[in-house]
Design a binder for this molecule. Structure first.
Ligand code: BV8
Length: 229
């Protein structure tokens, strides 16, 4: 895998955390099934019922705290520590399992469950600072504290950083994502245009499988260590 490759960009989705017990979005027992997207993952939904949305993310945060990184997260952690070239793990996931699996060069494009954002003073806080429910911002006292999550219709984080990495990529690897959500679903084309080799590791063929040079099917905990090692 290593011949004349300098820059690797990896995109991960909910599928890499499935074997850690965290639900994906679009499986039959997926997250959205119990909650209409409009209610819990849009700014409008939050404005309409902030308590419901806080409960939804409190529940996800509790599951994340109880989850452990799996063999796929740990393999990417090893790769991150050993890879001397450029490497960027762009994750759509809001859990911290990449970091707990040893990865450092991680970019959460859809935000993080453990982070709170005060839209009054723009400060970020960690939820485990005992912000409680119906939380107030520790910095300014405002009640305008929301989950630091990118909802539908909101601009994902650090897009310029992501696109500049894709423009330099020699290898783009997508792991555990259905390719249903943009702009992430379009990254494979950006990388391909830059001349990168593109590889998909997924349980099932995704909506974008036809855009990859190669797709390998299986679980992340089996495919990722085999690819890394
Ligand atoms: C934006 C919140 C532009 C965090 C999420 C019409 C109106 C409005 C917008 C749009 C529109 N049409 C298109 C859009 C754009 C929209 C979009 O793409 N909609 C889709 C539904 C058509 N996108 C946006 O709104 C984005 N913003 O475009 O802004 C803009 C421009 C200018 C100015 C302002 C704005 C924002 C998108 C982010 C939304 N937030 N989540 C949270 O609650 O977690 S999206 C949500 O879906 C998650 O972030 C998740 O990461 C993402 C993608 O899902 P996946 O991770 O792929 O998970 P999924 O369940 O789908 O698939 C799992 C895969 O894993 C499967 O393939 C499965 O086979 C595989 N798998 C399962 N088990 C395993 C496995 N693989 C390996 N091993 C296993 N064991």
């Amino acid at each position: 895998m290593r011949e004349n490759i300098q820059t690797i960009v990896i995109l991960t989705g909910a599928g890499i955390s499935a074997e850690s017990g965290l639900k994906t979005f679009r499986a039959e027992d997926g997250l959205w099934e119990n909650h209409p997207v409009e209610q819990v993952a849009t700014p409008e939904g939050f404005a309409a019922d902030p308590a419901l949305v806080h409960r939804f993310y409190d529940e996800r945060r509790a599951q994340i705290r109880n989850a452990q990184p799996n063999l796929a997260h740990e393999a990417l952690g090893r790769l991150d520590r050993e890879w001397e070239g450029d490497l960027l793990i762009v994750t759509q996931n809001i859990d911290d399992l990449h970091e707990r699996g040893g990865a450092r060069r991680v970019l959460h494009m859809h935000g993080e469950a453990l982070s709170a954002w005060c839209t009054a003073c723009d400060a970020r806080h960690r939820w485990d600072e005992g912000l409680g429910d119906g939380p107030a911002c520790p910095a300014c006292g405002s009640a305008a504290l929301r989950p630091d999550i990118v909802w539908f219709g909101e601009m994902p984080y650090r897009m310029e950083r992501i696109f500049s990495a894709l423009a330099r990529a020699d290898l783009f690897v997508s792991i555990g994502t259905s390719g249903a959500v943009y702009p992430a679903a379009g990254f494979v084309q950006e990388a391909g245009r830059a001349g990168a080799r593109t590889l998909e590791l997924n349980l099932k063929r995704s909506q974008g499988s036809h855009l990859f040079d190669e797709t390998r099917l299986g679980t992340a905990s089996e495919l990722v260590p085999r690819w890394v090692d």
